[in-house]
Ligand binder design. Structure first.
Ligand SMILES: [Zn+2]
Length: 256
């Protein structure tokens, strides 16, 4: 095939063409091809009922055309129990061993391996339920729910945090206690929800800026003052109380 038409072939077409080369007398299958968010190069094909299902690892999505073709030859040869052409095996191996490719897979692996938070359903409080209640009370139920969870570890200084990169609200697990009033957990959640409502304004290195608009919305929370004073006296563990200096944001106990 000439380069012109090769350039126009998408991965489905490549697999179909290789299939027909290997099995010229078999009716052309319907090709169902998907890229899977895998952190390795693992790919597979299956063939049943006239349908060829192709699952390719993410790393091949933007790989060169020749690599996608090599992959089609290798997977389909394997499917039909034939030896894959050496040229394609070689091309495939070179690609998956390329430094940038192994690094990309490593990064995916690291990203997936790192759990950002624990499930929203805690021992005493269900953060999704709290989010949705507040959503109805203060945001007309219109706020799209981000990922929500409890922190992995107890923090002595951070009550809650909105992680913009992962679009995730995380509350300090130490708040999931029987003695913590519900309105306090609600207040911390409400604060984090305001970060979604009023996106951060970058000022130098400051991660979280509470604008005047943000602060006045925060004070509309009916139990704002009560929650603040409760938190001032709260000791999440023996090592000392959690303090929050909301006046200048340089707090020890801070809501991120
Ligand atoms: Zn904040």
């Amino acid at each position: 095939m000439d380069r012109e038409s090769a350039a126009r072939e998408n991965p489905e077409m490549i697999f179909l063409r290789v299939f027909r080369t290997l099995r010229p007398r078999t009716p052309a299958p319907q090709v169902d091809l998907q890229f899977r968010p895998l952190a390795n190069a693992s790919s597979r094909v299956s063939w049943a009922g006239g349908r060829l299902t192709v699952l390719l690892a993410e790393v091949f999505r933007d790989s060169p055309y020749s690599v996608q073709e090599a992959l089609a030859w290798i997977l389909l040869s394997k499917l039909f129990r034939r030896a894959a052409p050496a040229k394609h095996l070689d091309r495939y191996r070179r690609f998956v061993n390329r430094r940038d490719v192994t690094r990309q897979m490593e990064q995916l692996r690291r990203k997936r391996g790192r759990k950002l938070c624990l499930p929203a359903q805690g021992k005493f409080f269900d953060l999704v339920a709290i989010f949705e209640e507040l959503n109805l009370r203060f945001f007309w139920g219109l706020m799209a729910r981000p990922e929500i969870g409890w922190s992995q570890s107890h923090s002595r200084t951070i009550l809650g945090h909105y992680d913009t990169a992962h679009h995730t609200i995380i509350l300090n697990r130490a708040l999931d206690e029987e003695r913590v009033p519900r309105f306090v957990v609600e207040y911390v959640m409400y604060h984090e929800m305001l970060h979604l409502r009023f996106p951060e304004q970058k000022r130098g290195m400051r991660r979280c800026v509470h604008t005047a608009e943000f602060k006045s919305a925060e004070q509309r929370f009916p139990e704002y003052a009560r929650a603040q004073s409760w938190l001032k006296l709260w000791s999440p563990n023996e090592n000392g109380r959690m303090e929050r200096d909301s006046a200048n944001n340089r707090a020890n106990g801070q809501i991120g």
